[in-house]
Design a protein around this ligand. Structure first.
Ligand SMILES: Cc1ncc(C[n+]2csc(CCOP(=O)(O)OP(=O)(O)O)c2C)c(N)n1
Length: 374
């Protein structure tokens, strides 16, 4: 189905407001929404719960129905607002959810999507949310969309359309990204991973960052035992790293974060700063985008991450946007006490032949735990 066809159907029903976090299965539809709605009618939110809040505010102010898009991994982030805000037993707010179904049973997917894929429809059932799996055929899909919107209008409830892989035809984002960075994320990851102390560990975030770190270790025959690849749990890598750092103050713990992930649970910075954990180094590879799922913008370049980190209590905060300074990073931070915050400005994009971790999450965990015992 063409994304334009789907969005035009929603528009005909008066749905003109979108909020959410982009997803790879919804890549083309999210890109189409980004290109065709202004920033008062399409808000890429910090996390999926925030999108439910925005669509609720939109409904309170206009009486209209808002639409929230997300990957099914975002369901965890919306359980609380769905049970305590939009639910008929609380404020009873009508809304349409569009949910990308990663890990759909019977389809091959990465380990972090398997469980979520299995429980997606069950979770909606438990929450009392009616749903339909959108058909790829435009005529059948039209009936499903009509049914969905009529049900939302008649009941005042939340209703979900679940989107399988391959439902939407490709659509390329036209909006220019104002990212003029020179460094690539992959070369920056390689550089930093090569210069960290031999007893240090890295906790990396979900998406390309963990994949690029994994391949770097493979290509340079380094082994993977110093890294914890947070393949799911977007936004929580920094707290995993903090948990390790607190128990093992004799070694440095690095978090390799993304701007989208750091912003998703920005409150984590306040906890890190307040912890005054001297062995903690937070590195955010900021490309101003959700690059791993299609490059939709984040507010990464609109906010001053260094000021936020400093205000939260990080002892040092610096921005790097050139190779010479990147190479000097070990000397710059060698004798500094943490928490240290390093923002590395990088461009979007990844190698087309980039692989995925070939070890399982359990193998990854066990190798890291053995290393941490040393
Ligand atoms: C809770 C949750 N929502 C959405 C996703 C889908 N997702 C995976 S990676 C990613 C983008 C990450 O962006 P960023 O942290 O900026 O790193 P980049 O890909 O730009 O390197 C998204 C939205 C997810 N995994 N989990």
């Amino acid at each position: 189905m063409k994304p334009e066809f789907f969005i035009n159907k929603l528009k005909k029903h008066g749905i003109n407001f979108f909020a959410g976090v982009p997803d790879s299965l919804l890549k083309s539809v999210c890109a189409y929404i980004s290109d065709n709605f202004d920033n008062k009618h399409n808000i890429i939110t910090a996390n999926e719960g925030g999108a439910i809040g925005l669509a609720t505010g939109y409904h309170l102010a206009t009486g209209n129905i808002g639409c929230v898009y997300m990957q099914n991994s975002g369901l965890g982030n919306i359980v609380n607002p769905l049970t305590s805000l939009t639910d008929p037993e609380v404020y009873h707010i009508p809304m349409l959810l569009i949910i990308g179904w990663r890990g759909r049973p019977g389809e091959h997917d990465e380990p972090q999507h398997i469980k979520q894929g299995k429980v997606t429809t069950g979770l909606l059932n438990i929450l009392g949310i009616n749903y339909d799996v959108l058909n790829h055929d435009e005529e059948i899909a039209t009936h499903q969309i009509d049914k969905a919107v009529n049900e939302i209008k008649n009941s005042g409830n939340v209703y979900a359309l679940i989107i399988e892989k391959g439902t939407f035809e490709p659509y390329t984002l036209q909006k220019q990204n104002n990212n003029h960075s020179l460094l690539s994320r992959e070369e920056s990851i390689q550089e930093v991973a090569s210069i960290i102390e031999p007893n240090a560990v890295i906790v990396s975030t979900t998406g390309m960052i963990s994949r690029e770190l994994f391949e770097h270790r493979t290509f340079s025959n380094q082994g993977h035992y110093q890294d914890f690849l947070t393949v799911g749990s977007m936004g929580h890598a920094s707290q995993i790293a903090l948990g390790i750092a607190m128990q093992q103050p004799h070694r440095r713990v690095y978090c390799f974060d993304g701007d989208g992930a750091a912003i998703m649970h920005l409150g984590g910075l306040a906890i890190i700063g307040s912890s005054a954990q001297t062995n903690f180094v937070h590195i955010v590879f900021n490309n101003g985008a959700h690059d791993s799922v299609g490059g939709q913008p984040t507010v990464g370049f609109d906010i001053d991450m260094l000021k936020i980190a400093t205000a939260c209590g990080y002892r040092m905060a610096l921005r790097i946007d050139d190779r010479t300074t990147l190479e000097k990073l070990p000397q710059i931070i060698a004798n500094e006490a943490g928490p240290i915050f390093v923002e590395i400005r990088v461009k979007c994009g990844n190698r087309k032949d980039l692989g995925r971790p070939t070890t399982t999450p359990i193998e990854n965990k066990e190798a890291l735990m053995s290393f941490l015992k040393k």
